[in-house]
Design a protein. Structure first.
Length: 447
């Protein structure tokens, strides 16, 4: 099954013979020079032909035991950009294509098919690639669409997120090649900004030590943008599915995608609330928690450039302390490039991003740029070019991939003037249920 069972039963990854597959181009990841890895969101032909419903996946209730037939047909695919271009010509994220798979020795163009978010790939040979016919595309775009996604009331989003807590730490967790960040109050997450982690070809970069997250204070979860490595840890710790989620509505990027839509179906079935960020809303200021959630305004077709970003530590922009841009380039965060910050999290895990505009540190001596990634990831993050460019402005860097005690690299940024790491390795009233150190214990402290 592609998704792990959400009833706690054993996850079995079943072998599948190569077949005809329908796929949406989910991500085009630029590497060095002109090399690209293209990630596809896919479903096997048999499910598409047998399914009679016209209801979007996002509007369906995912079975409590996870035993949906779709779970045996979903996959993600990794293919070289040159090989894809040889088959269909120029392409962009959001395009739909049809692939005919064979065994690796049956075709010159190789691809990796992932039959689970958290498993090694099955090698395939691509016999042919073609653009999808209009009838199939129309049906798939509906099935993989956004469903009934209505703008939430901004006041309701503010009520849910702006909790009466005094934030003291920004925690950037080591989740391998992915992103999961929390705003802490008294050592416990008061809000999660992304709940992702390593998946697909990078899944082995996820730390073995992290098995459960902290929900002691019932934190809501904000998803910055629709990317597998920004929500996938909700399938590692299923309690996350029961929280309130604030979701970006990124319709300008095309349909949601089958894998994302299936995950949204799980949230629809389990979450306390799912609140869609209003289409025309640019920002929400949190008075109690002294933070601001803003909408990126970059290229409309790009999910990285149209998601949500978080500013922590100031009531107005020119007093901000920490910038968390998720995968958005700094230029997509209108006006923030003119601000200075105590610390930043580097966009897009240190991957290729527009660095023409880089915010300045309030103190070159003390300011840190934090990189969140997994060692050995297939994207080669952080790219040398990105590090070299940022180092001109941000002299200090920290990395979640630099693991210390317990094989973890969680980074903590102080917000209230403490010089030393204040927390013990185990929080008071910890709900993780073990006598040894907490899975989320901070390892790198930035005062």
């Amino acid at each position: 099954m592609f998704f792990p069972p959400i009833d706690g039963s054993r996850h079995v990854v079943e072998e599948r013979p190569p077949s005809k597959t329908f796929a949406r181009i989910d991500t085009v990841e630029d590497l060095v020079e002109e090399d690209q890895i293209v990630l596809l969101d896919a479903v096997d032909n048999w499910w598409f032909e047998s399914d009679e419903g016209d209801v979007p996946l996002a509007d369906r209730n995912w079975p409590a035991n996870g035993q949906s037939p779709l779970n045996r047909a979903l996959s993600t695919i990794s293919i070289d950009g040159h090989a894809l271009r040889d088959g269909i010509g120029e392409f962009e994220e959001g395009d739909w294509i049809t692939l005919h798979f064979g065994h690796p020795d049956e075709a010159e163009r190789p691809a990796d098919q992932f039959l689970s978010l958290f498993s090694d790939p099955t090698p395939r040979g691509v016999i042919s690639i073609e653009r999808m016919d209009d009838a199939a595309k129309t049906r798939l775009e509906k099935l993989a669409g956004w469903g009934e996604a209505n703008d939430a009331d901004p006041d309701e989003i503010g009520r849910v997120l702006d909790r009466q807590r005094r934030l003291d730490t920004v925690a950037i967790y080591d989740v391998g090649q992915g992103a999961a960040t929390a705003l802490l109050a008294d050592g416990k997450p008061a809000l999660y900004f992304d709940f992702g982690g390593a998946a697909n070809g990078n899944w082995r970069t996820f730390p073995k030590r992290v098995r459960r997250f902290c929900f002691e204070d019932d934190p809501p979860i904000v998803l910055s943008h629709w990317d597998w490595d920004h929500w996938s840890s909700a399938l590692r710790d299923h309690r996350a599915l029961d929280q309130t989620w604030v979701l970006p509505l990124q319709e300008t990027s095309g349909s949601l995608g089958l894998v994302h839509a299936a995950f949204l179906s799980m949230l629809r079935s389990r979450a306390q609330q799912t609140l869609w960020w209003p289409r025309s809303l640019l920002a929400i200021q949190f008075k109690h928690m002294n933070a601001c959630l803003i909408k990126a305004q970059g290229r409309a077709k790009s999910r990285n450039e149209t998601g949500l970003a978080l500013v922590v530590g100031g009531e107005v922009y020119d007093q901000c302390s920490v910038l968390l841009p998720a995968d958005a380039s700094f230029g997509a965060l209108k006006g923030l490039d003119r601000c200075s910050f105590d610390h930043i999290v580097v966009p897009h895990h240190g991957g290729r991003t527009d660095l023409a505009k880089v915010p300045k540190p309030r103190s070159k001596r003390a300011g840190h740029a934090v990189y969140s990634y997994g060692v050995g990831n297939i994207f080669l993050h952080p790219l040398t070019e990105t590090q070299r460019t940022l180092r001109k402005t941000w002299k200090n860097a920290d990395h979640t991939a630099f693991r210390q005690r317990f094989g973890l690299g969680h980074v903590g940024i102080d917000l209230v003037g403490r010089k030393k790491l204040p927390f013990s390795s185990r929080c008071q009233n910890c709900n993780l249920g073990r006598k040894h150190a907490c899975d989320l214990a901070i390892q790198h402290w930035i005062p």
